[in-house]
Design a protein around this ligand. Structure first.
Ligand SMILES: [Mg+2]
Length: 231
């Protein structure tokens, strides 16, 4: 194993058609008593604990930084997200090219797949499962449940890869694939290579300008995406 490829989840591998947003909104209701100002707030690029804290602040909650409050909201969110998917009518959609790209990366034998996402670890598993992508294909991960600051996640992922790679991967041995400027910048201090995919809210130009080594409209151009990963 000499390459670690870390995928963001929402906007990169799949989209949940609002299930995540509905679950966070409902999870906050007991704290806020009524709907807080959630509609104008963007979630992409942020970790779940960060989103919850920002929404508590925006709603003038008395204890927006309380770990106990945030962790209670996270627990409710996970139960509500599970319920969203349990109905079976709200399956997340996997973006074009994702399944083929994962198959190709796994087939090489020299590449470790992982997740680097603002989702809580359990939330990421639920979303992937509901989308019909086995979470176990991603053998390591760093999550919003590990740290609320996305920029702290790449070193956590690299350290966890040691068990399987025999060493901590560095620089362009680590690839981060994501749909937001935050994905492009979060590994910059480690010198990782970020690759953008414009299936979320940002264009390929915006992702390149944010520091992406390369950016694609989606992941369906398998050969070009592989060329960027192994350049
Ligand atoms: Mg994303």
């Amino acid at each position: 194993m000499d390459k670690l490829v870390l995928f963001d989840v929402d906007g990169t591998l799949l989209h949940t058609a609002g299930a995540g947003r509905r679950a966070i909104r409902a999870a906050l209701l007991p704290e806020l008593g009524a709907d807080g100002p959630i509609d104008g707030v963007r979630f992409d690029g942020k970790t779940d604990p960060q989103i919850i804290r920002e929404l508590l602040v925006a709603a003038r909650h008395p204890e927006p930084n309380s770990d106990a409050v945030i962790s209670a909201v996270c627990d409710r969110y996970l139960r509500l997200l599970e319920r969203e998917f349990a109905t079976g009518t709200r399956r997340p959609t996997v973006y074009p090219g994702v399944r083929v790209l994962l198959d190709r990366l796994e087939a090489r034998g020299d590449t470790l797949l992982g997740l680097l996402t603002g989702n809580l670890a359990q939330g990421a598993r639920m979303k992937l499962d509901a989308a019909g992508l086995s979470p176990d294909r991603f053998r390591i991960g760093a999550f919003g449940s590990d740290h609320h600051d996305r920029a702290r996640l790449p070193p956590i992922a690299a350290a966890r890869a040691r068990r399987l790679m025999g060493r901590v991967p560095v620089g362009a041995e680590v690839i981060i694939i994501g749909d937001t400027p935050a994905d492009m910048t979060c590994g910059s201090t480690l010198g990782v290579r970020a690759i953008g995919v414009a299936t979320g809210r940002f264009t390929t130009d915006e992702l390149r300008m944010a520091g992406g080594f390369e950016a694609f409209p989606d992941l369906a151009e398998t050969e070009r995406v592989l060329a960027a990963i192994y350049a």
